[in-house]
Design a binder for this molecule. Structure first.
Ligand code: BES
Ligand code: MN
Ligand code: ZN
Length: 497
């Protein structure tokens, strides 16, 4: 699908559609009122008949509206005008795109981007229209032997803004929205791939490809390299698997040499059986999504590369399977991490923190400005926050606020959780420096506390995306979160200099 921006009256080419909003109760938006005047009250008459109340999520497709500069007019319900905010705007865009895709329209003049949204400018509205449109159009068909649904006719979306000045500002929003959408699609693809295809070796190959395309430096450490370095925690997780583990680093240098890099560390468990502490069978297939942190790092780097942001970013991806087997790590085993600290592994299913802790020590060598790790770390985080907010933990308050703000702008939100030392007691071990689990209470917090023990040398934040990285049930699939948040965070940092 192609996107462009224009200002001025509703108009569309051949086989097109004009898209305009209707507020509740039966109130035409400015663009709809414009069409109504040209049509001599045709739209208000339709509304009076009661076919469109303006309820959120509803749409009405009209053909041959008098004097409309298009074959079709699509009215989109917006809900009440008071309180029309980010959520309502994005849902209206999604409803419009779904209706357009179901119609035969090839082109649409899209006027929802002219609506007033609290605190948001034209660039934001355009960026989010693009992101939502791409999200709606996403299908994962790579593993189907033949295609199931006919492709939508919609080819071109012309996003309308108030005037010439807004056109210029909206162009930046269009560019950003597209880059984020591409990053999200990549993260979704990697997440959705089955675990027999998306192995650590596959992630390494794909990283090499991404590096070539966007001129990044890539490095892949093999098992022997990790042994030499002393990544005992990461290697303990890989022991049960036939797939060789990989430690991937990607370096994007778009900023000045002296500018310190932001390090993004992504959990890359390509399949989590739990290991010897085996998980129950139900929904275990969803543990192919346990590499969504790694996928988010890759997606973010793609977006950053596409935008050529003047920032420096290091992506670090520890990746392995977590499998049971004769060589697998046992509950009770004690391993030495890259930091030198020893860990008693009381539950082999708490493997994410074991691969992350060595990666967190490894990135010290970049002297990073900040480190953010992204991980589908705990079921407890899903219990705490559900599928709405990502869990945020941080040792640095300014960094935390920066991430919260970026999440709000990107509509990819986080909730700040505590990381007080009081929780550290839960990790006490009688035999090693500490244990890898803390018991049932506050499971997301004690997992973060474990990681915090490896992050003393820099400003650090941890994103637990266990509830937000994928959807279960009928809509099962990766969401691409938190690529929008991370990209926005880096866009904001780029703007600060
Ligand atoms: N990958 C899982 C976390 C997870 C589970 C995310 C379910 C989303 C849905 C992680 O490796 C894990 O198994 N965590 C354990 C930790 C426990 C053993 C302390 C968990 O959350 O049960
Ligand atoms: Mn696990
Ligand atoms: Zn896991």
């Amino acid at each position: 699908m192609e996107f462009s921006i224009k200002s001025g009256a509703p108009q569309s080419g051949r086989n097109g559609c004009v898209v305009a909003g209707v507020f509740e109760p039966r109130r035409l938006s400015a663009a709809a009122a414009h069409l109504d005047r040209a049509a001599k009250g045709y739209l208000s008459a339709v509304l009076r008949r009661g076919d469109m109340q303006g309820k959120p999520g509803t749409t009405l497709l009209l053909h041959s509206v008098p004097n409309a500069a298009a074959d079709r007019v699509l009215l989109v319900g917006l809900g009440r005008e008071a309180g029309f905010g980010d959520k309502q705007y994005r849902e209206a865009v999604a409803a419009a795109i779904r209706a357009l895709n179901a119609s035969g329209a090839e082109e649409a003049s899209f006027h929802l981007t002219e609506l007033g949204v609290d605190r948001r400018d034209a660039a934001w509205k355009v960026a989010h229209a693009v992101m939502v449109a791409r999200e709606c159009a996403y299908r994962f068909t790579r593993m189907k032997s033949k295609s199931e649904e006919p492709e939508a006719a919609l080819r071109r979306l012309i996003l309308s803004v108030a005037d010439r000045a807004a056109e210029r500002r909206a162009a930046a929003g269009l560019e950003q929205g597209l880059a984020v959408a591409h990053g999200v699609a990549l993260a979704r693809d990697l997440g959705n791939l089955p675990p027999n295809v998306c192995t650590p070796s596959h992630l390494a190959d794909q990283a090499r490809e991404l590096a070539k395309r966007y001129r990044m430096k890539v490095e892949v450490l093999e098992r022997a390299d990790m042994e030499r370095l002393g990544m005992g925690a990461l290697l303990s997780v890989a022991r049960g698997s036939v797939q060789p583990p990989k430690f991937i680093t990607l370096e994007y240098r778009g900023g000045p040499k002296k500018l310190k890099a932001v390090a993004l560390v992504g959990k890359g468990i390509t399949f989590d059986t739990g290991g010897i502490s085996l998980k129950p069978a139900a929904e275990m297939d969803e543990m192919k999504f346990d590499m969504c942190g790694a996928a988010a790092v890759r997606g973010t780097l793609k977006a950053v590369g596409e935008l050529r942001l003047p920032v420096n970013v290091v992506g670090a991806i520890p990746t392995t399977e977590n499998m049971p087997g004769g060589r697998a790590t046992r509950p009770g085993d004690i391993v030495t991490s890259l930091s030198g600290q020893t860990v008693e592994i009381l539950n082999t299913d708490a493997e994410g923190r074991l691969i992350l802790c060595d990666a967190l020590t490894y990135v010290e060598r970049y002297r990073p400005a900040a480190v953010i790790d992204i991980a589908t770390l705990t079921g407890a985080c899903v219990v705490a926050l559900g599928h709405v907010a990502t869990g945020l933990f941080a040792t640095h308050d300014v960094l935390a606020r920066e991430i919260i703000g970026a999440g709000e702008t990107a509509y990819d939100r986080v909730w700040h959780m505590p990381l007080w030392d009081d929780y550290q007691e839960a990790l006490k071990s009688n035999f090693a420096d500490f244990a890898n689990i803390g018991g049932r209470p506050a499971g997301a917090v004690t997992a973060a506390c474990f990681l915090a023990r490896f992050t003393k040398k820099y400003k650090w934040a941890h994103l637990d995306i266990a509830g937000t990285a994928w959807k279960s049930g009928k809509e099962k699939g990766a969401t691409g979160r938190p690529v929008p948040l991370l990209t926005q965070f880096l866009i904001n940092r780029a703007g600060k200099r």
